[in-house]
Design a protein around this ligand. Structure first.
Ligand code: ADP
Length: 249
């Protein structure tokens, strides 16, 4: 049964704003360790779907379960959902510009313990090793002593992904990571997200079709609040409804 085997399970989720159906009986399943791409036109409901998963918005109807059906996310608030292991990266990077790359990661690690905005909590050798590991993952080892302000836009995005990794999420939601990146950074981001998805599930919302193709994973195309097509990029990009509603626009 898909409720108990999946990491994230949305079934028949609907939500309206002033009578406008932003999500219309949306069903969406993410397996443990899966990397999934979400595409769709503006207003399709992609952000609203993320808001439902993270508890920012409550559905009017439908089911939202996490961790093999064990946790009903509609009964949890945003802080609880973050603690349960769902991390979200918004489009704009929000790193601490006046701190070094290392300190940003240290702050993120301390935040996981509930120690807010302090660098006075001494790190164990295990913590230091974890920070080194995250630096490798997000390609920032050579810049660890640099102020975050001096990073390129792409590197700031990677640092923020690293800060989310410090919280050890089971599911990472990533909103338009490659917007504004150079071609080289975009290509590297596809590799980086694939590596991250070896140890957790990742859902990435993107418009960059070249990047989506590089990811080479299952794609879900949303339109008007529900799933228009789902499958490989070749399958989805050849779907007549997807061409009419999104790609052909
Ligand atoms: P996407 O992220 O795919 O562009 P959204 O989820 O942001 O789509 O929006 C889906 C629809 O719901 C849009 O028409 C948007 O205007 C509407 N919407 C989203 N959030 C709200 C809100 N808080 N209040 C009113 N309307 C909203």
């Amino acid at each position: 049964d898909q409720t108990t085997s999946s990491l994230l399970y949305l079934n028949g989720v609907s939500v309206s704003f002033d009578g406008f159906k932003a999500l219309n009986s949306l069903s969406f399943i993410v397996e443990p360790g899966e990397l999934r791409a979400i595409i769709g036109p503006n207003g399709a409901g992609k952000t609203t779907m993320m808001d439902i998963i993270t508890g920012k918005t409550r559905p009017d109807s439908g089911e939202v379960f996490f961790d093999g059906g064990k946790i009903d996310l509609t009964k949890k608030d945003e802080a609880e959902i973050a603690q349960l292991g769902i991390g979200r990266k918004f489009q704009k990077p929000t790193v601490f510009e006046s701190h070094t790359v290392w300190d940003n990661l240290e702050l993120a690690l301390n935040r996981k313990r509930g120690v807010f905005a302090t660098l006075f909590y001494s790190l164990s050798s295990g913590d230091k090793a974890r920070i080194e590991e995250i630096l490798e993952t997000v390609r920032l080892t050579h810049r660890k002593d640099e102020l975050a302000a001096n990073l390129s836009h792409g590197q700031k995005q990677w640092l923020e992904i690293g800060m989310l990794l410090a919280q050890e999420p089971k599911l990472l939601l990533v909103d338009e990571p490659v917007a504004g990146m150079t071609d080289a950074e975009t290509a590297e981001t596809a590799i980086l997200l694939k590596e991250i998805a070896k140890t957790r599930s990742v859902v990435v919302v993107e418009h960059d079709m070249g990047f989506i193709r590089d990811l080479g994973v299952k794609v879900t195309c949303l339109a008007e609040g529900s799933v228009l097509a789902e499958g490989s990029i070749d399958f989805v990009s050849n779907d007549q409804k997807v061409i009419e509603n999104y790609l052909g626009r």
